[in-house]
Design a binder for this molecule. Sequence first.
Ligand SMILES: [Zn+2]
Length: 280
Amino acid sequence: MAWFQRTKENIQEKGQLEMPDGLWAKCPECSEVIFKKQLEDNYYMCTKCNFHFRIGSDEFIKIILDEGSFIETEKNVKSVDALNFTDSKPYVVRLKENYSKTDMNEALTVGHGKIDGRQVSFGCMNFGFIGGSMGAVVGEKFYRAAKYSLEKKVPLIIVSATGGARMQEAALSLMQMAKTSSILSSLEEANIPYISILTDPTTGGVSASYGMLGDIIIAEPNALIGFAGPRVIEQTIKRKLPQGFQKAEFVLEHGFVDMVVKRSELKKTLSDLIDWFGFN
Ligand SMILES: [Zn+2]
């Protein structure tokens, strides 16, 4: 099927190019060559142009949560191939490859930790794991992270980085949109805040469910945020899209997110918001 045979550069290929092995990294935006340690000290932002490199849950945990406070939960919830699905390779093989290639157990890591001493339930998506796609396990882990928020009465913070629903789980992955949305309405009834952080890229089923359902929605600068990708939209409506379409700043201007925050300011912003919600 056409979905699996992209000939043009796609978002996943771009992500892989951004963090080459070795001591140095090259900025895909301005071509500056940066010493990796320096990049790490600068919150994985380009030291010259502030481009935000794609990072995973390990890095976000270090950036957002107090040192050593994070406890990962639900590590043993694993995906199964309920539909016996095969695209260019069987789903079970794809899963196995991703476990060994990425050293991650799913496209969403959840647990709890502290932000400036305030307890939160925290989750972060891993774009490197099958394009950060949302299957039944991502939905279940999200649900359990939200349940923890409800039970402990602590804010829920989720960082998204995703291409959308997991094709290999077909309708089962689409059902996660309803599942995650419904637990968020329970949080709302209990007056527990949910802060959604959208990073590059946040598209498809996640943007159409928990990505855009935050009481506060924060986006990282220049992140691609949307439902369908710009190329698909252009082909459908047969019109040229405006400059910066679906970029965080464009989406902010059109009222879909509440703020665009640099990664270096993220922890302070979250800390202030939690205070503002009265959860200190
Ligand atoms: Zn740069």
